[in-house]
Design a protein around this ligand. Structure first.
Ligand code: AMP
Length: 196
């Protein structure tokens, strides 16, 4: 099973991806996590990406495409994977298509978590508060100022992907404002139709 989770920052993609990992035993490929790891390791990619990420803007397509292309060749991706936070631009979506067709693989489905913008900033603030309370590091971009830019980037560059995947008959909308368990149930219902 190869699927994409689409949706704005704070929509719950990461939370749902983790549940899918447990249930379907396929890895979550979060470009945000991979980039944060690169920043922490101060690798050449991390050094390039840091300022862009801190500003809430998108890292270049070349960088993220290369990271994902390398990642999907690893053994744990053989049975499938969940793309979380990638693709985020039309150029990245084209890159996914090429990557998969070069490997004679196909994308099974794209699930969009549809949420109310007004709820998003509250979720981001909560994520930062929860991390702080748990003694975990707080993401530098999880604050209302940077979040504004992240949302703008989403509408400018990522939202067009819904049309792209709709046209390919791969898109299903899920109500991301429902409870976490409900959203999981809606996603599982979509996956059942795909694997049936
Ligand atoms: P996320 O954890 O998915 O919210 O990503 C955090 C940040 O990493 C984003 O605001 C971007 O700066 C960067 N990033 C993550 N995924 C991508 C991507 N697919 N394309 C470009 N930048 C990305």
């Amino acid at each position: 099973m190869r699927l994409i989770l689409l949706g704005p920052p704070g929509a719950g993609k990461g939370t749902q991806a983790q549940r899918l990992v447990e249930k379907h035993k396929i890895p979550q490929l979060s470009t945000g996590d991979m980039l944060r790891a690169a920043v922490a390791a101060q690798s050449p990619v991390g050094l390039k990406a840091k300022a862009v990420m801190d500003a809430g803007e998108l890292v270049s397509d070349d960088i993220v495409n290369a990271i994902v292309a390398e990642r999907i060749d690893q053994a744990d991706c053989k049975a499938g994977f969940i793309l979380d936070g990638y693709p985020r631009t039309l150029a990245q979506a084209d890159a996914v298509e090429s990557m998969l067709s070069e490997r004679k693989l196909k994308l099974d489905t794209v699930i969009e978590l549809v949420v109310d913008d007004k709820a998003l900033v509250g979720r981001i603030v909560k994520r930062a508060d929860d991390a702080k309370a748990a003694g975990l590091p707080v993401r530098k971009d999880d604050n209302p100022q940077v979040f504004d830019e992240r949302l703008r980037e989403y509408y400018k560059k990522t939202a067009p992907l819904t049309g792209y995947y709709y046209a390919k008959k791969l898109l299903t909308n899920v109500d991301g404002m429902a409870s976490i368990d409900d959203v999981t149930a809606q996603i599982e219902a979509v996956l059942n139709t795909v694997s049936a």
